[in-house]
Write a protein that binds this ligand. Structure first.
Ligand code: 5GP
Ligand code: ZN
Length: 112
């Protein structure tokens, strides 16, 4: 989808700080980080949100890669949080499925 910002990022059309990229997944640093480490992990295929991802293989791909990236960056030592905002009340602002990988500070609970 050429009008989707995350599709354009995944395809390398927009200069982006990638931490990982393969045929299925891209991961890059959030432009407005909410923690010392804030990475977005996305499927390269356009999927609008988690509500459009009933196929369990999507989750194996996305979460599996997020775990791998977290381990490679050493985030598993102190811990991290994965967040997937979905829809308006879920706080989703970009309509392309993405997993937030947050680390580097104590993260509050309950979330805002
Ligand atoms: P959401 O609010 O949809 O869960 O998360 C979207 C995230 O994408 C936000 O944290 C926002 O800062 C980030 N974001 C939006 N546009 C861009 C961009 O062009 N580049 C990068 N790296 N992050 C973006
Ligand atoms: Zn997209």
């Amino acid at each position: 989808m050429s009008d989707c910002i995350f599709c354009r990022i995944a395809d390398g059309e927009i200069p982006t700080d990638f931490v990982y990229r393969d045929d299925e997944v891209a991961a890059f640093r959030d432009v407005n980080p909410q923690a010392p480490t804030h990475i977005l992990v996305i499927p390269r295929q356009h999927i609008a949100s988690s509500a459009h991802a009933e196929d369990p293989s999507v989750w194996g791909m996305l979460i599996g890669r997020a775990v791998k990236i977290a381990k490679e960056l050493g985030l598993d030592e102190k811990g991290y949080r994965m967040v997937i905002n979905t829809g308006e009340q879920g706080g989703q602002t970009v309509p392309h499925l993405h997993l937030h990988l947050l680390a580097g500070r104590n993260l509050g609970w309950p979330p805002g």
